[in-house]
Design a protein around this ligand. Structure first.
Ligand SMILES: [Zn+2]
Length: 106
């Protein structure tokens, strides 16, 4: 359970040393915690508090590869699990929180 944390801490270190401009608009990127969301087969997968670089201009999130992989792995694992037990489809549609956008005033 605390494994994830370690990855994120490592990533933060990587961030500190990597460039900080948005590939989309050239804005300044800021390290922040975001929630990753993905909907697969009608299920919402959520990974909270991941370190990402968020553009202060356009709000685009840049999630590092290792974290994306981690997230994909989580979904994959969940898939297998769900296939196994064939859980009933949950019809409730969780409201997707929009990706956090940075709009802080300086
Ligand atoms: Zn941008």
């Amino acid at each position: 359970m605390t494994d994830e944390k370690d990855i994120h801490d490592e990533m933060e270190e990587v961030f500190q040393t990597s460039m900080g401009t948005c590939q989309k608009c050239g804005g300044i990127l800021k390290l922040d915690k975001v929630n990753l969301e993905d909907v697969e087969e009608g299920k919402l997968y959520l990974m909270e508090n991941v370190s990402a670089q968020v553009c202060t201009q356009c709000g685009e999130m840049w999630v590092p590869e290792p974290i994306m992989k981690e997230f994909e792995k989580m979904i994959e694992t969940a898939h297998k699990f769900h296939k196994k037990i064939r859980k009933q489809k949950n019809k409730k549609n969780k409201k997707n929180k929009k990706n956090k956008k940075i709009s802080k005033l300086r």
